[in-house]
Design a protein around this ligand. Structure first.
Ligand code: G6P
Length: 363
């Protein structure tokens, strides 16, 4: 087993470090030099008749779906991201041209499969975004897009999240172009940012100061993660990973939600991790001021050039400056490292956290 871990102490750390390669495989051949998307199973026009997109997914995959939804709605395509467990109980109405996209790295999650079956019965076109060729989701959906992340052993999903976001971003670009009749605004810069992701992730891995921070902030009452735009799903993912492997209390919120309840929990002993995607800067900074006023230590993650963020935070975890849609992936890598190093200091069973399974095959 030691050999399979390539000398890393845990599969999770190995898989975090494999992200540049995984992302390279996800993207390779799928973005042309001019920034256009090339997906062999989905040529131009493949989604021309789609009216709206419903993502169904669980856990980390749901966060990747929320991330993908941001781009679609911003570009004018109606899109919704449902938790499959809830969708299976209370499905959303399906129109004549609704596309249902199941996001599931394993392709075997029972709630997600149940949602797909409902969608098919209701007449929807279905598409699986998955890591496993030959999985049930890939077989049962009308189409499949493979994320090519390679096998993931650690229960806590890491490289599959990054690859899902990248694959969904390409799919999203094709859907936007087909539905609206033109490429999304700024698509060339966005495509270039995704092409640079493997290199940018490598830089984060090499330069992250997280191992030092982990020691300083362990043992607090609770940990909150906040963000706006794609920073919101990344905050949710950061909190999920943190609770899964450290067993510490962690919650993720959209920053706008803070004053509607969570702020009551914020004290000097609840570090707040704020994810900045480079958009919505003014509002995001105001949210950080709110938690600082309650004495909470603020750990901010954002583009290395964002001086205001750096100055406001107690700790700053920089990522290379890039397009906001790629910034979220880079910020998430910092968050993976935060969770990993805290869990390691606490001596947790990082690759097999208590009570959790890699793939949940019961409803
Ligand atoms: C379980 C795993 C998570 C995963 C979720 C969805 O809860 O512990 O890491 O995100 O299932 O899995 P899927 O295979 O559908 O992406």
């Amino acid at each position: 087993e030691d050999a399979e871990r390539d000398g890393y102490e845990h599969y999770m750390l190995k898989e975090i470090n494999e992200q540049p390669k995984a992302l390279d495989r996800t993207i390779r051949g799928r973005i042309q030099d001019d920034g256009s998307v090339s997906l062999s199973s989905f040529p131009l026009g493949a989604f021309a008749d789609v009216s709206d997109v419903q993502f169904v997914a669980c856990g980390t995959s749901h966060h990747a779906a929320l991330y993908a939804r941001e781009h679609l709605v911003e570009q004018g395509v109606p899109a919704y991201a449902f938790r499959a467990g809830e969708y299976a109980t209370t499905p959303a109405p399906i129109g004549e041209n609704t596309l249902v996209v199941a996001v599931t790295q394993s392709g075997e999650t029972a709630d997600t499969l149940q949602s797909v079956r409902h969608a098919r019965e209701a007449g929807a076109r279905t598409l699986a975004v998955t890591n496993v060729v030959g999985s049930t989701a890939a077989r049962e959906c009308d189409d499949a897009l493979f994320i090519r992340a390679g096998p993931e052993i650690g229960v806590a999903a890491t490289k599959t999240f990054s690859s899902q976001v990248a694959a969904l971003s390409l799919l999203g670009e094709r859907i936007v172009e087909d539905v609206t009749g033109s490429p999304s605004e700024g698509h060339a810069e966005r495509a270039a940012a995704f092409r640079r992701l493997p290199t940018d992730v490598q830089r984060v891995l090499e330069e992250s100061p997280v191992d030092r921070l982990a020691d300083e902030y362990r043992g607090c009452d609770a940990y909150f993660f906040i963000g706006r735009g794609v920073g919101h799903p990344v905050a949710l993912e950061g909190a999920l990973k943190f609770k899964e492997i450290t067993y510490e209390h962690a919650e993720g919120f959209g920053s706008a939600q803070l004053k509607h309840g969570p702020l009551a929990l914020v004290t000097e002993d609840t570090p707040v991790v704020a994810v900045f995607d480079g958009r919505h800067q003014g509002k995001a900074l105001a949210n950080v001021e709110e938690v600082r006023a309650r004495g909470a230590p603020v750990i901010a993650i954002g583009g290395e050039g964002s001086r205001e963020v750096r100055e406001l935070a107690d700790e700053f975890l920089p990522v290379p400056d890039t397009h906001p849609d790629a910034t979220g992936v880079l910020a998430n890598v910092q968050l993976q490292l935060v969770s990993y190093h805290v869990a390691d200091l606490l001596g947790r069973a990082i690759d097999k956290p208590r009570n959790l399974a890699k793939s949940v095959t019961v409803e």
